[in-house]
Design a protein around this ligand. Structure first.
Ligand code: NAD
Length: 337
């Protein structure tokens, strides 16, 4: 039974409000009887030479072994000669796709009430390859790298995701009319993968037009897949459509089926330790983790309890205009479960 064989998952509570909102996830999982046993890992106090960062080798090994994890926000300690925590995670675990489901929260009013889309961002190359140099004085060059391998990999994931989540359409976002070679190759790879999924409608949308359509009528979109830079911008735009980064979950997909879910916001040092943080983004991220594990029942129940609590409006944290503490809001969710 799942009771005697719990699934092990890595938990990085992180810094600042991280431990408070991670505690909230642990309580909610307990209330919903989720068969997960957390393996907690903390950011080290010293640089681990094996990772060249404050993240320990053991913590990375834990994610590799468990293949699933949840990460709170991490504030990169100041110092020279080490890699940032997020970069270390991305490189070491080869996190190639960033997935952000964006849906309107009932009862939390924004300009739109019918957003239900997912952005899938290629996370390893494109303009973020870090290849910039000066050619001559006054002229610099930045290389945008697009490879067939990384494009196929993220396209495969997007279509797989669409199928697994009952989605109907995948839109590839591009600027291939100008970036003919790079975005052209990205689109070619998306088309190849699309052919293997005749059940899913495939379309291509130019990035500028996509932005206009998103702000005019976000309900037009279902699953969007795109290269790194476009994904960085569009995913934040979409977070804005539903009320901001404090509510948006995300999940990083890595080589070998690794899924590392994380809230998009930072460690909020201004409210850390004050029992004021809104745990919604991390909770909804933990729901994406459960979906990755195909624990859809548990995911549905927890998501519903969170959304109902916010919709009722009796218990809301300060950032949503309420007066509840993190613990009160968490308790309200647990009571629903
Ligand atoms: P931030 O997201 O931590 O804070 C911005 C504002 O939003 C603050 O006023 C904060 O109180 C509020 N806020 C954020 N999350 C909230 C929540 N869950 N509930 C209520 N209010 C919330 O951004 P920042 O101040 O730019 O960054 C602070 C630290 O976090 C930095 O050290 C930065 O490097 C780090 N950071 C980490 C990640 C990550 O680990 N993924 C992402 C962004 C920033």
């Amino acid at each position: 039974s799942t009771e005697s064989n719990p699934i092990r998952a890595t938990l990085f509570p992180g810094d600042g409000i991280g431990p408070e909102i991670a505690e909230s996830v642990k309580q909610v999982f307990r209330a919903a009887d989720v068969p997960i046993e957390w393996e907690e890992h903390y950011v080290g106090k010293e640089i681990d030479p094996r990772t060249q960062s404050f993240l320990t080798w053991e913590s990375l090994e834990s994610v590799r072994r468990n293949k699933v994890g949840l990460k709170g926000p991490m504030a990169t300690p100041i110092g020279k000669g080490h890699r940032s925590l997020n970069l270390t995670l991305r490189k070491e675990l080869n996190l190639y796709a960033n997935v952000r489901p964006c849906y309107s929260l009932p009862g939390y009013k924004t300009r739109y009430d019918d957003v239900d889309l997912v952005t899938i961002r290629e996370n390893t190359e494109g303009e973020y390859s870090g290849l910039e140099h000066q050619v001559v004085r006054g002229v610099v060059e930045s290389l945008k790298i697009i490879t067939r391998q990384a494009s196929l990999r993220v396209a495969e994931y997007a279509f797989h995701y669409a199928m697994a989540h009952g989605r109907e359409r995948v839109s590839a976002i591009h600027k291939a009319n100008i970036m003919q070679k790079t975005d052209g190759l990205f689109l070619k790879c998306c088309r190849e993968v699309a052919e293997k999924y005749p059940e899913i409608t495939y379309e291509e949308v130019v990035i500028d037009n996509c932005c206009m359509m998103l702000v005019k009528n976000p309900a037009l979109f279902d699953v969007l897949v795109m290269p790194n830079l476009y994904g960085d911008i569009i995913s934040d735009l979409c977070a804005g459509l539903i009320g901001g980064l404090g509510l948006t979950p995300s999940c990083n997909i890595g080589e070998g089926g690794i899924a590392l879910a994380e809230a998009v916001h930072g460690s909020a040092p201004d409210i850390a330790g004050k029992n004021m943080a809104n745990p919604t983004a991390l909770l909804l991220s933990s729901v994406t983790m459960l979906r990755h594990l195909e624990l859809h029942d548990k995911a549905d129940r927890i998501q519903e309890a969170i959304l109902k609590t916010i919709a009722e409006g009796k218990y809301r944290t300060g950032d949503l205009g309420g007066t509840s503490t993190t613990t009160e809001f968490t308790k309200a969710i647990c009571d629903k479960l």
